[in-house]
Design a binder for this molecule. Structure first.
Ligand code: HAM
Length: 420
C-alpha cells in the first residue's frame, strides 16, 4: 500500500463524525449556559511559549513536542495543549483591560509525540475551558462542575473526580524539600526516570506510573497537609463549593499533573474502564502562568478533555447517542425523463431545507430502494412515465409502510408538512 496516515493519527469517517458533531454541539450548548465563549488560537506557536508555560522539565517539553524551524528560521511548535495559547492571546490582546473574569472554551487538535496506544494518539482533540481574571474558589468549583455536567449529559457513568491542591511556589518549596528528604532512602528503589526527576521535579515522582504502587508511595508527605494559610483556605473553600453542588471527590495527594504551571487546585476525572489511559479530563489553577508568559499577574483556572477518550467511554459504556442521520426523502426514478424531473425536484426540496437524495448510477428500481434504506430515508417516492403523465406520485412512509397519493406539483409542500 502507498502512503498511509502518520502513526498516531486517525481519519474520521461520517459514521463517526456524527458523534463528534454531537459532542461538539452539546459542548457549545452547555458551555454557553455557563457563559463561556469560544476562542480559536493558532495551531502552532513560538516554541518558547510552551517551554516557558508548560515547563522545561516536563515530559511534554522534553520529549513530546512537534518542533521545527520554519522557512524564516523561527522555532515553531504544533500546540501540545491549549492553555498556554489562550493565556498568550489574552495578554497579547490586552483582554485584561476589559471587565473580568473572562471565560473561554475551545475545541481542536493538539499534538504530542507519544507512544500511540488505546486512548493515546499523536494528533488528538481536546475540548477545554479556561477562566482568567478570577481567583475566587467558587470558580474552581464551577469549572469542575462544568466538565462533569457535560459528561453526565452524555450519559457517562462511574466517573471519579480526584482532587488535590499543589499549593503555590511558597508552600511548594517547603514541601519539595520535605519530599526529597522522604524519598532519599528510597532513591535506589525508584525507576530510572524518577531518579532523574528527584533533583529536577520531585513532585512528579508521586504520579509516576512505574512507581506509584510501591509501598513507600502511600506514606509520602501529602502536599495538601503542607499548604500555606492562603492555599489552605482556598482549598477548603473549593471543597465547600463542591459540597454545595453535591459533587463527590476523592482527595488524591499524589495527583500532581504533568504540566508545571499549576498552583493550588488540581483535578482529574477518571473512568477506570478505559485502562492505562483513564483520565478523561484534567486541569487546575495556574495563577503564575500569565506572569511566566507575559509578565502580568492574572489568575487562571481551566481543564481540557480528551475527546477521543470521551467517545471511547461512550462506546465502552454502550451509550447510544441520540443521533439522527436519516434523510427525509429518497426519489426512485424509472427512465430518463423521470430522472431529469427528479433532478429538478431535488433542487427545490433542498432549497426548502429538506434532506433528499436520488440515484445517479442508473440502478434498477429494486437496488434504488435498497439505496433508500441504506440512506435511512424516512419517505420515498417512485417517479416513472405514468406518474409524470398523471402529475401524481405516491409518498411512502418507510417506517409504517403507509402510502399517500399526492399531486406532484405539491411535492415540496407535502414533504415539508410531514417533516415539521
Ligand atoms: P493534560 O492532562 O495534558 O492537560 O490533557 C488533558 C486531557 O487531554 C487528558 O486528560 C486526556 O484526556 C487528553 N490527552 C492528553 N494527551 C493525549 C493523547 N496523547 N492522546 C489522547 N488524549 C490525550 C492539559 O492539556 C491542560 N492544558 C489542561 C488544562 C486546561 N489545565 C488548565 N486548563
Amino acid at each position: 500500500m502507498g502512503i498511509t496516515a502518520p502513526r498516531g493519527t486517525k481519519d474520521i469517517f461520517p459514521e463517526d463524525t456524527v458523534k463528534w458533531q454531537y459532542l461538539e454541539n452539546l459542548t457549545k450548548k452547555i458551555f454557553s449556559s455557563y457563559n463561556y465563549k469560544e476562542i480559536r488560537t493558532p495551531i502552532f506557536e513560538e516554541t518558547a511559549l510552551f517551554q516557558r508555560g508548560i515547563g522545561e522539565t516536563t515530559d511534554i517539553v522534553e520529549k513530546e513536542m512537534y518542533t521545527f524551524e520554519d522557512k524564516g528560521g523561527r522555532s515553531i511548535t504544533l500546540r501540545p495543549e491549549g492553555t498556554a495559547s489562550v493565556v498568550r492571546a489574552f495578554l497579547e490582546n490586552k483582554i485584561y483591560g476589559q471587565a473580568q473574569p473572562t471565560k473561554y472554551f475551545y475545541i481542536g487538535s493538539m499534538f504530542r509525540y507519544e507512544r500511540p496506544q488505546a486512548g493515546r494518539y499523536r494528533e488528538f482533540h481536546q475540548l477545554g475551558a479556561e477562566v482568567l481574571g478570577a481567583d475566587n474558589p467558587a470558580i474552581d468549583a464551577e469549572i469542575i462542575s462544568l466538565g462533569i455536567h457535560l459528561l453526565e449529559e452524555l450519559g457517562l457513568k462511574d466517573l471519579e473526580l480526584h482532587l488535590n491542591s499543589v499549593g503555590c511556589p511558597k508552600c511548594r518549596k517547603v514541601y519539595r524539600e520535605k519530599l526529597m528528604e522522604y524519598f532519599k532512602p528510597y532513591l535506589e528503589d525508584l525507576c530510572s526516570d524518577c531518579q532523574d526527576r528527584y533533583e529536577r521535579n520531585p513532585l512528579r515522582i508521586l504520579d509516576c506510573k512505574a512507581d506509584r504502587d510501591k509501598e513507600f508511595m502511600s506514606t509520602a508527605p501529602k502536599i495538601y497537609e503542607e499548604l500555606c494559610e492562603e492555599c489552605e483556605t482556598h482549598f477548603a473553600n473549593v471543597k465547600k463549593h463542591l459540597d454545595l453542588l453535591g459533587i463527590d471527590y476523592i482527595l488524591d495527594a499524589n495527583l500532581v499533573r504533568g504540566l508545571d504551571y499549576y498552583t493550588k487546585t488540581a483535578f482529574e476525572v477518571i473512568y477506570k474502564g478505559l485502562g492505562a489511559q483513564d483520565t478523561i479530563f484534567g486541569g487546575g489553577r495556574y495563577d503564575g502562568l500569565a506572569q511566566e508568559v507575559g509578565g502580568k499577574d492574572i489568575p487562571g483556572i481551566g481543564f481540557a478533555m480528551g475527546m477521543e477518550r470521551i467517545l471511547l467511554t461512550i462506546e465502552e459504556q454502550g451509550i447510544e447517542l441520540p443521533i439522527d442521520d436519516s434523510i427525509d426523502l429518497f426519489i426512485t426514478t424509472i427512465g430518463e425523463r423521470a430522472e431529469e424531473e427528479a433532478f429538478k425536484y431535488l433542487a427545490k426540496l433542498r432549497k426548502a431545507d429538506l434532506k433528499v437524495e436520488m440515484d445517479y448510477l442508473g440502478r434498477s428500481v429494486k437496488s434504488q430502494m435498497k439505496t433508500a434504506d441504506r440512506n435511512n430515508a424516512n419517505y420515498s417516492i417512485i417517479l416513472g412515465e405514468d406518474e409524470l403523465d398523471k402529475g401524481v406520485a405516491t409518498i411512502r412512509n418507510m417506517k409504517s409502510g403507509e402510502q399517500v397519493e399526492i399531486k406532484l406539483e405539491n411535492l415540496v409542500e407535502e414533504m415539508t408538512k410531514r417533516i415539521d
